[in-house]
Design a protein around this ligand. Structure first.
Ligand code: GDP
Ligand code: GDP
Length: 299
């Protein structure tokens, strides 16, 4: 996992730790490094940020004063990556429990591009909550993509969760509203709202999404990003930030050999990655730990 990124950072550490290095050498190495990060799906903005931070930490003077250059560079890399990945911790289960104790509903809107694994992720999260003893309902607010409602119902049936649905073409906000009312009437704890996968070209879909958010006023808006989507995931994260995201879930991490998507999403949304998807099964959802990723990227 993440071999590509790890190789790039190993190369950097070896390059900078080589016997004599001038300011000019360092700049050249970091310039090349910036380009190599792009190859590992680290977006332009994040690559720039990483290189600028490393430049600050690795100025010639500081390096020449240390005896163990290799460790010095490694520490600089570790600090930089951790800074990018670590946002204020958000304990979603604690927040849900708080609401439940107060007799209130916790609602989450899941947003993201088609094919990222959004529907599967909702099912995984729903199952996780059910396993913890919460009562869950899902709102089929993707009334746009053909087959989306059936697909969602199929997942929901397998994990034993009810879906509130209307017909295709119905107002997604109305579906979410109904699901929340249903939850209130039946003492359900959590409402998970599926939404249509937007592309930035689809302005009207984005407006529809904003209406859904306005009407259902979810406690959280979670961006679901595909770690295999390459640089596109950074653009998507940026686009969806418009609605004010609270966190992300990164899918298909089990199949990702590059590792850049997590850095990009974290930096762009400025919100924590809450979970990672690690397979196609309903139990393949794990809490995300920045340290876990940094350890895998570090040389
Ligand atoms: P949606 O269009 O965003 O709702 O995407 P789906 O939930 O239908 O998922 C698209 C495909 O990605 C399906 O084949 C899922 O099984 C697969 N998928 C979702 N999450 C993961 C994951 O974490 N790992 C792997 N390997 N596959 C996943
Ligand atoms: P995407 O192309 O992967 O973003 O998939 P979408 O599901 O967002 O869009 C699928 C198709 O529907 C595209 O060809 C869009 O041009 C078209 N489309 C986009 N927005 C709308 C809309 O609000 N209503 C309708 N009827 N079609 C739309």
């Amino acid at each position: 996992m993440f071999d590509s990124l790890k190789n790039k950072f190993s190369g950097l550490v070896d390059g900078v730790s080589s016997k004599k290095i001038t300011e000019k050498d360092l700049n050249k190495i970091l310039e090349d490094f910036e380009l190599s990060l792009l190859e590992s799906d680290v977006s332009m903005k994040v690559s720039e940020k990483i290189v600028n931070e490393l430049k600050k930490k690795l100025t010639g003077e500081k390096i020449s004063l240390t005896s163990n250059k290799k460790d010095f560079v490694k520490i600089a890399v570790e600090e930089t990556l951790t800074e990018i990945l670590e946002y204020k911790k958000y304990d979603i289960f604690k927040e849900i429990e708080k609401k439940r104790k107060a007799g209130e509903i916790f609602s989450i809107a899941f947003v993201g591009f088609n094919g990222t694994g959004k529907t599967t992720t909702i099912a995984k999260f729903g199952k996780l909550l059910s396993d913890k003893g919460y009562k869950v309902v899902i709102a089929a607010s993707d009334t746009f993509r053909a087959g989306s409602i059936e697909q969602l119902c199929l997942h929901a049936e397998k994990i034993g969760i009810k879906v509130i649905k209307h017909n295709y073409g119905a107002d997604p906000a109305a579906v979410a509203f109904d699901a929340i009312n249903h939850a209130k009437a039946r003492g359900i704890d959590v409402v998970l709202i599926d939404t249509a996968g937007r592309s930035e070209m689809n302005r009207n879909l984005m407006d529809e999404m904003k209406k859904l958010i306005r009407v259902s006023n979810p406690n959280m808006k979670i961006f679901v990003g595909d770690s295999l989507a390459g640089n596109a995931v950074a653009e998507q994260a940026e686009k969806f930030s418009e609605i004010g995201l609270d966190g992300s879930i990164l899918t298909k991490v089990d199949a990702d050999s590059r590792g850049g998507a997590a850095l990009s999403i974290s930096y762009i949304t400025e919100k924590p990655i809450l979970f990672i998807g690690t397979g196609q099964g309903y139990d393949d959802l794990e809490p995300f730990d920045p340290k876990w990723l940094v350890e895998r990227i570090l040389p």
